[in-house]
Design a protein around this ligand. Sequence first.
Ligand code: ADP
Ligand code: TRP
Length: 321
Amino acid sequence: MSRILTGIQSTGTPHLGNILGAIIPAIELSKKNNESFLFIADLHSLTQIKDAEELMENTYSTAATWLAFGLNPQKTIFYKQSDIPITTELAWILSSYFPYQRLTLAHSFKDKSNDLKNVNAALFTYPMLMAADILLYDANYVPVGKDQIQHLEITRNVASKFNNLHGETLIIPEAITDENTKLIIGTDGQKMSKSKNNIINIFLSDKQLKKQIMSIKTDSLPIESIKNPNTCNVFKLYSLIGNEAQVKQMKENYERGGYGYGEAKSQLFELILETYSKQRNTYVYLMDNRSEIDQILKEGSIRAKKIAEQVIKRVKSKLGI
Ligand code: ADP
Ligand code: TRP
């Protein structure tokens, strides 16, 4: 039996990229014969969010999304990172084993390093906290989107450095990415990301969701023209969600001409409503019944802590502390 683990920051309501790229694959894996750890990386969110209300709201919406997409808290250990303070202890220990120079190359920091005055120290050491998240539970596999692969490399590297010095102590994890969903595009055709204002939030009201979908960028070919589905952002998103027959139909419409982008967007909107209607309802229910979320996360943290305590003990026994 393998152990899988993944986390999502609570920096906003999870978007379609998070859902298709991380949440659904992780839940599918957890249904197989795996022991799974899924968590909300609220300490990582602190690098960006300093407002208590906002962080709490995001934590609830992130938890509600996992649960709405079928996370079974009986089978999965589902918790909030900040409920396991041992994580920060391990992060500190790991930081002592990882070269400063290599951290300067991590994307989480490097992408923002042209604006250094706005980079806090936690953003710099971010990958060490992420390594601790993973190594603290002896995880074997970590399902993530493409942007997290480098963080996984750092995690493997720091674990190997520790093991080389002290003997086998930490399990070396592997990233799992799904070719089809490792990079979901946003409304502007770039990687969908909370920080880029290009997201599709499937939990919005019908009206707001439609507005987001209508804002997807396309070229300006007129309705009559034959269109290339493979370069169209609307078609790319539609083909990730639709079934084979639906995708084939839309492709034919593009290639036949007389089919406009407005109509394609409306079809994408209808498909999202239809595909995720159950999840949208569960999400609303949970956001109205937050004590249910609190209870689930509390139980998860008790189970997570038991395992974390064993691993940190093993680590510390090698360190004389
Ligand atoms: P964001 O980039 O929007 O801040 P997070 O960093 O919280 O999202 O990402 C949470 C998880 O979702 C990670 O596993 C990440 O790789 C995945 N993910 C984020 N955006 C995308 C995307 N556009 N396509 C595929 N996976 C994504
Ligand atoms: N850094 C990840 C992201 O932004 C979130 C995360 C934190 C994570 N800790 C993790 C993902 C551990 C996988 C495993 O998406």
